[in-house]
Ligand binder design. Structure first.
Ligand code: KIV
Length: 277
């Protein structure tokens, strides 16, 4: 049975950790779903790891709809969260509702947007339309990256209080969970113990109710950034380079294709053809 938002919220109540991975395409999403992750997050990180942008800012709604559609066709059990890209919800609540609707129509079960107290009204307006929302505080790639660069959040008492207030505001606005990105371990613990909805950490320590990582990072497929918080389970880029070099060599040496890889004419037809030409 496919996970629902209620299942995810209940996991926190039952003390069960929530596993989340990003997904952007049919093939990898099918494998992540088969492996049993609870949530497939179609993150705007697609802009970097799939589309090759320097950051997530250029990502458009049209691109996110394509990624969400591909992942939704792969999904059997996981809940799908679709990320609202930069400027798809900031200008007005009307935009936010319309663009959330577009991601749901593309196949997402819920949406995610960045921001705390400043987006609380937007979150409650989207939730009122019936669309579940995951919040995202701490380091926010769509804005923090512009003003501060990559920086751990909540290392000072004042910064921590702002984050705790942000988390409470999102819970009050009706968010069903909150991603905490690069929040200090201590502050992530306080937030996770203070609010009743699940916290999903990325670089935010062990006390979060769940964890999310970019799938390309755990598989060792994206070599441009290697954040300290990532645990790499495979070195797929090395494997891919090895496989592709072997393929190139086989082509050059005439070893590929071999008989099992080609198709033959029907029996006797080749001789007939030769007579005719
Ligand atoms: O876009 C993304 O991948 C995210 C994360 C929380 C990893 O927002």
């Amino acid at each position: 049975m496919a996970r629902t938002v209620k299942d995810i919220v209940d996991m926190k109540k039952n003390g069960k950790k929530i596993s989340v991975l990003t997904s952007y395409d049919y093939a990898l999403a099918s494998l992540c779903d088969k492996a049993g992750v609870d949530i497939l997050l179609v993150g705007d990180s697609a802009g970097m790891v799939v589309l090759g942008y320097e950051n997530t800012l250029p990502v458009t709604m049209e691109q996110m709809e394509i990624f969400v559609g591909a992942v939704s066709r792969a999904k059997q059990n996981a809940l799908i969260v679709g990320d609202l890209p930069f400027m798809s919800y900031q200008a007005s609540i009307t935009d936010a509702i319309a663009n959330s609707g577009r991601l749901i129509k593309a196949g997402a079960d819920t949406v995610k947007l960045e921001g705390g107290q400043t987006v609380a009204d937007t979150v409650s307006a989207i939730v009122e339309t019936g669309i579940p929302v995951m919040g995202h505080i701490g380091f926010q790639p769509q804005t923090t990256a512009l003003s501060q660069g990559y920086k751990v959040q909540g290392r000072t008492a004042d910064g921590a209080i702002r984050l705790i207030e942000d988390a409470k505001a999102l819970e009050e606005a009706g968010a069903f969970s909150i991603a905490l990105e690069m929040v200090s371990n201590e502050v992530a613990k306080i937030i996770s113990e203070t609010i009743s909805i699940p916290t999903i950490g990325i670089g935010s320590g062990v006390h979060c109710d769940g964890q999310v990582l970019v799938v390309h990072d755990i598989l060792g497929l994206y070599e441009k950034l290697k954040p300290k918080f990532v645990k790499q389970y495979l070195s797929l880029s090395d494997e891919v380079v090895k496989a592709v070099s072997n393929y190139k060599k086989d082509v050059e040496d005439g070893k590929f294709p071999a008989e099992e890889n080609w198709f033959s004419m029907e029996e006797g037809e080749y001789e007939k053809l030769k007579e005719k030409i």
